[in-house]
Structure formats: structure tokens, C-alpha cells
Design a protein around this ligand. Structure first.
Ligand code: CA
Length: 460
């Protein structure tokens, strides 16, 4: 931690009465209804807070100031004597409130504190307050699970996490340097005669700078900000115990101020307690989950659109010859269907009966015979029609021939019965005629079969 030695241990070498003039004489000093006390409690959806400032039991006036303007919280401890320290702390909290960022940006929060330093210096020069007045400034700005911190002086911030209290600021004080160098302990620092000498404060050096950093906080964390009126009177282990056992932030602030008063109340004491009710991580996860779902929906929709485009292309650029309730028809599209929706439409029907075609061809038509165009489909059906007509013609010829054979056989039988000698004209005998008729019928059948097979090949 940097200290500003060139700035000199100056500021608040205040005279502190060693013992309280009105020491409580009781275990617990009540804080309610005390003159000059100032409180502030409230909550948002993510934070709850309570604050109390008390003049203490020794001082005549309260030079501390605090600001509760969620998500910004500030504690300033003024110094410089009567009617000056409170002016400095008042100018500081007002300037920080006006200049603080709206997000948990610790650099900008540090700049706001440095602006407050300038304002306090200008106040001294312009006659507002007194020359040499100054103050500490300790600020937090909490946004979801981030806490930006800016800090100058010996006011403190503690973080109570999981029941354990950790101090997260480093005092800019003479005794803190002694503790850092190992010359005294933290407990000795609390009662050291030079404990009021601070090495960095607002109101003395135009080039003063603020410590600043950002911490992660989480739901359930409790943040305690205080002036040295608490930390110089109450050991950290007692602050931890009281903070853990207080249910609400205001109860914690009241209990801690009461503890400072009970210990003597030598100084003004200000405590601001902030609970992180909701760190926003759950809603952040929900937002991320929603984004993932949205991404998957977009991918699914794009995929469906692509499939739809392919199907539309198939439906517009594909044709087949198929079975239209027993007759042969031409279809645009493909024979399949999706979710019960057919991917084809009938564009030409015909009187050609599927049952008039050979069995193998019927099966192919049932499955759909793909053609390259509607015209080719139409030509295919016409070819089937011609072939069926041809087959019917040949079948009729074969039937005629069979009929002739039957007639000849009857005549032969009759001649045989009459024992008629063989015809000498050289014409064919009835048995020859029968043979001729059978040959004609066989040829007609072969020819018809050959043509149909040719048609099947043509249709494939
Ligand atoms: Ca003080």
C-alpha cells in the first residue's frame, strides 16, 4: 500500500480525551433517541443497507458524514476543528455523489474522490470552512457481483463473507506504517498515542490520489464501512462477532455504534452496513441460458428453412409417373410426405389402367417412376396406352386364331366320323390349320411381351 510520506503526517492530530467524560458504566449503550444521531436504512432488489452516525461520548460535534445513494455508499471523517471538519466531509460526500460513475468502475470512482479533494481545497481557499480542513473518503459502488472501491485516509471497509470478517482497505496512517514495518501490532495501533496522524487525506495536496480497486462480492456478503470512531474503539474480532450476529444491516450498524459508545465513544462514530441481497449471477445465468436457447432456436429455424428450400426445389423440379387410384398419372414433386403433408401434386391424369400393365411394371408405378419432365411423363403414359392397345389387338388376333383352330378341330372330328378320304386339293388338312392357328397365337403373344418389356426399359 502506498503512503504519501511527502505529504507529511499532518491532518488530524486531534486532541482526544483519554477517558470518556460520560463513560457508560453499562454493558451496552443504547443508540436510539440520541441527540445528533443520523440514520438511514433502505433496500433495492439487490442491496439492503443501514447506517448510523453518532457524535460519540466525548466530542461536542460530529465531523463525520456519510452518503447512502445506492449503489453508491460513502463515509467521510472530517478534521480541522470546529465548523471545519464537518464542512470538509460535507463537501466531499456531495462532490463524490455528483462525480461518481453509474457503474462499478473503480478508476472513475477514484477520480470522483480526487475531484472531491479539489473541491475541499477550493473550499479552504474560498473561505468555506477553514484553511487546513480535510477529511477521509471511503467509497463503494456495488453493481451485481462487482464492488468498486476508492479510498483515502483511515476510514475502513470490512467484508463479512461466510462468517469471516476481512478488512479490505489499508489505512493511510502513521500507525499503519508502524504495523506494516512490524514495529507494533494492530491492537497496539488502536491505542497508540499517534493513532490520529493520517498520511493521506482530502484537503491538503492538490496531487493527492485515491487507492482504488474492484472486488467480487456474492449474495449473502455484508460490507461494513466505518470511520475510525468504530475501528479505534472496537477490535476487529468484536466487529466480526457483532456483524455476524445482527440480522439486518441497520441492526448491525446500531449494534456496532453501540459497541463504540460502550467502549468509550471517544470519537465520532459512523457505520454503514450493506448486505448483498442478490448478486445478479442467477439472473446473469438465466440471461446466458436464454441466449443459448435463442441461438438454438435460430439454428433450428435456419435448418428448417434450408430443408424447406430443398423440398420446395425438389417439388418444383421433380416429376414421376405414379398410381393415381388405379390409373396412371403424372406427378410433380417426390412421392414422400412429411408429417402427413404430401410432397407432390397430380398434374396429369389418364385413362390408362395400372392393372392393364404387366405385374412388374405395376410395382414400379406403385413406387413411382422418376421422369425428367412433365412432358416425358406424358409421353410415358401415351407409350403405355399404345402398348396396351397393341397387346389387346394381338390378343384379339390370337383369340381369332384359337377360334379357327377350334373350328378346324371340330370339322376334322366330323370328317373322321364320316370317314372321309384325305382332301386331294393340296389344301391344308384340319390338323395343319390347327397347327397354323397355334403358331399365330404364340407369335402374337411373344410380340406383345417384347413390346411391353421395351416399354419398361424406356420408362426406367
Ligand atoms: Ca475520526
Amino acid at each position: 500500500m502506498t503512503t504519501d510520506a511527502s505529504n507529511a503526517p499532518q491532518a488530524a492530530q486531534e486532541s482526544v480525551t483519554p477517558e470518556p467524560t460520560n463513560a457508560p458504566g453499562r454493558n451496552e449503550m443504547p443508540v436510539e433517541n440520541r441527540a445528533g444521531a443520523n440514520t438511514d436504512a433502505g433496500s433495492t432488489s439487490t442491496l439492503a443497507w443501514g447506517a448510523r452516525s453518532d457524535v460519540g461520548l466525548v466530542r461536542s460535534h460530529n465531523e463525520d458524514a456519510f452518503l447512502v445513494k445506492a449503489p453508491l455508499f460513502v463515509v467521510c471523517d472530517g478534521m480541522g476543528g470546529h465548523a471545519a471538519g464537518e464542512v470538509a466531509s460535507s463537501i466531499a460526500v456531495q462532490t463524490i455523489a455528483e462525480h461518481a460513475p453509474t457503474h462499478a468502475d473503480d478508476i472513475l470512482l477514484g477520480v470522483a474522490v480526487e475531484d472531491a479533494n479539489t473541491a475541499v481545497l477550493e473550499g479552504s481557499l474560498s473561505g468555506v470552512g477553514k484553511p487546513g480542513m480535510g477529511c477521509t473518503a471511503t467509497c463503494v459502488l456495488i453493481e451485481n457481483n462487482k464492488m468498486a472501491v476508492a479510498h483515502v485516509g483511515d476510514s475502513r471497509i470490512y467484508l463479512l463473507h461466510g462468517g469471516t470478517l476481512v478488512r479490505i482497505t489499508h489505512d493511510h496512517s502513521y500507525v499503519e506504517e508502524l504495523v506494516d514495518s512490524g514495529e507494533i501490532t494492530a491492537d497496539e495501533a488502536r491505542i497508540h498515542p499517534s493513532r490520529s496522524i493520517i498520511t493521506r487525506a482530502l484537503g491538503s495536496d492538490p496531487d493527492m490520489y485515491a487507492d482504488h480497486f474492484t472486488l467480487d462480492v456474492s449474495t449473502g456478503d455484508r460490507i461494513i464501512m466505518c470511520s475510525d470512531g468504530l475501528s479505534s474503539m472496537v477490535p476487529d474480532k468484536d466487529i466480526e462477532e457483532l456483524a455476524v450476529s445482527s440480522v439486518t444491516p441497520q441492526a448491525a450498524a446500531d449494534t456496532l455504534v453501540s459497541a463504540a459508545l460502550t467502549s468509550g465513544g471517544h470519537d465520532n462514530v459512523t457505520v454503514v452496513v450493506i448486505d448483498v441481497v442478490e448478486d445478479g449471477l442467477a439472473s446473469l445465468h438465466n440471461i446466458q441460458r436464454l441466449k443459448q436457447v435463442r441461438t438454438w432456436i435460430i439454428i433450428a429455424a435456419a435448418t428448417m428453412l434450408a430443408v424447406f428450400a430443398v423440398l420446395v426445389g425438389l417439388m418444383h423440379n421433380s416429376w414421376y409417373v405414379g398410381n393415381n387410384n388405379g390409373t396412371v398419372g403424372v406427378y410433380r414433386g417426390v412421392r414422400d410426405e412429411i408429417l402427413g403433408i404430401p410432397l407432390h401434386t397430380l398434374i396429369e391424369h389418364s385413362s390408362v389402367e395400372v392393372c392393364d400393365l404387366p405385374a412388374a411394371l405395376q410395382n414400379q408405378i406403385d413406387e413411382g417412376i422418376i421422369v425428367s419432365s412433365a412432358e416425358e411423363g406424358h409421353a410415358t403414359i401415351e407409350r403405355y396406352r399404345d402398348q396396351i392397345d397393341d397387346e389387346k389387338t394381338k390378343a384379339a388376333a390370337a383369340a381369332e386364331a384359337t377360334k379357327a383352330v377350334a373350328g378346324a378341330n371340330q370339322k376334322q372330328q366330323k370328317d373322321d366320323d364320316e370317314d372321309t378320304p384325305e382332301d386331294e386339293t393340296g389344301d391344308a388338312t384340319p390338323s395343319e390349320a390347327a397347327q397354323t392357328g397355334k403358331q399365330a397365337a404364340d407369335e402374337a403373344e411373344s410380340s406383345a411381351l417384347a413390346q411391353v418389356q421395351s416399354a419398361e426399359r424406356g420408362g426406367e
